[in-house]
Design a protein around this ligand. Structure first.
Ligand SMILES: Nc1ncnc2c1ncn2[C@@H]1O[C@H](COP(=O)(O)OP(=O)(O)OP(=O)(O)O)[C@@H](O)[C@H]1O
Length: 204
């Protein structure tokens, strides 16, 4: 499959400037792409548009040539956020959160080191690293084709970071998913990604 942004421009309703100007980007299945840019430049905004959370003012996002907005139900483009505590409903138990997008395979749950004792807990009773494992698992439903990872391990300790990326690297490779990595760590992107783009140099 192919995920494409064509001529995408965007400004927040309450903003006084365009965040993105005429951006083009193509991500193929099986490809691993890093996205770099200075803080506040619009990396998260771009990922939100690519995952269908925001609608561009100009241009469109396409999946295999069909507008992303035409896909109903589970979105084949899944985003994982920097702050897992903001990406979960604090009133739901983790077992419910895990399956919000549909059933998650046991292999994924095990691979991410999710312990069965965590499933009955509420988000406030887990650490950031534990929560992020759930958010990653939830994003890996069987319908996922592209995974957009926005600084997903920045807040975590080094051991958790390395476990998560080890698992994700294998999982993405096994399923031939397209992966986009936003990180301030150039070293991480160089290790994971076949190609690194600088958002600053991409504006059309
Ligand atoms: N919901 C919003 N409403 C208005 N402005 C916003 C909103 N979200 C982000 N912005 C602004 O848009 C710009 C780009 O933000 P964005 O989070 O996309 O950048 P980023 O490159 O991901 O930054 P960082 O590396 O710090 O995470 C920033 O100036 C930010 O303040």
């Amino acid at each position: 499959m192919r995920l494409e942004a064509r001529n995408v421009s965007f400004r927040y309703d309450n903003g006084n400037r365009n965040i993105l100007n005429h951006m083009d980007l193509t991500l193929e299945s099986g490809e691993r792409l890093g996205l770099a840019a200075p803080s506040g430049f619009g990396k998260t905004t771009f990922l939100k548009i690519l995952a269908g959370y925001e609608t561009p003012d100009e241009g469109s996002v396409y999946l295999d040539g069909k507008p992303l907005s035409a896909y109903k139900g589970y979105c084949p483009v899944q985003m994982i956020w920097q702050h897992p505590e903001l990406a979960v409903n604090p009133r739901l138990r983790m077992g419910t959160i895990l399956n919000e997008g549909g059933p998650v395979e046991e292999r994924i749950i095990r691979g991410l080191g999710i312990e069965s004792g965590w499933l009955d807990r509420y988000p406030g009773e887990l650490s950031g690293g534990e929560l992020q494992r759930f958010c990653i698992a939830r994003a890996l439903g069987s319908g996922t084709q592209f995974l957009l990872a926005d600084e997903i391990t920045t807040m975590l300790d080094l051991i958790t970071q390395s476990q998560i990326w080890q698992f994700l690297g294998e999982e993405v490779g096994r399923r031939g998913l397209g992966l986009m990595v936003v990180s301030h760590s150039q070293a991480l992107m160089e290790r994971l990604c076949g190609r690194i783009l600088d958002l600053e140099q991409m504006e059309g």
